[in-house]
Design a binder for this molecule. Sequence first.
Ligand SMILES: [Zn+2]
Length: 237
Amino acid sequence: MSEQDLMQIARITTPNNPMEDVFQLGDRDQELEKSVLDKVLADLQKIRTRLCPRQVLGVRMGIYAGRILNLQMPQTDKGLIVFMETDGCALDGVTASTGCRAGRRTLRVMDYGKVAATFVDTYNNAALRIAPRINVRGAAWEYAPEASNRWEAQLRGYQAMPSHELFTVQPVSLMRDLEKIISQPGLCVICAGCGEEIMNGREIHRDGENLCRTCSGEGYYFLEQDFSPLPIESLWE
Ligand SMILES: [Zn+2]
């Protein structure tokens, strides 16, 4: 997939209509969300030394997506694919609530530097892009007036705010077929340039040859000519 393809994956079909009313949850759903949130955050704290506001946003995005798409969370199969628009804490949060991970090939990082994600139900291709509302930092204070600073207001406020006040939801269509993005198991060719294996149909066809992206000129590194490793002992000092 070229960089250009990546940039276009979440084509927004209704840019001026976040449809917040449609996705406003009832009281019972909000209670359910809160109980799930508390459980997921407790689990997350076992692997992260301290919670941060972006982790909370990530967890809540995943839970909200699950409620709207009516999917069981966390996912144990490949019924949900997440396109996460940043790495870091928000991604950890989304993983914790959805069960989707890069290692399971159910989460892809689109490195746009945005706390936002598109959640795709693979059974019917319904796709929702969820992002924090633009004024969300200020709004968090209203739900955590006792907070002693901005960070704490966000940490607490993001846990207390109703989802529709926290996020916009945009129904979207993917720019490429999900099947092509995910690919299929077992696909493997040899690069005519470097001889390395290329999985998942990621080869570039040129002049009758299969090339990896690096050999086709789309590499992300240059080969270094004069690299000198440190003595191995230095790793253990
Ligand atoms: Zn190659």
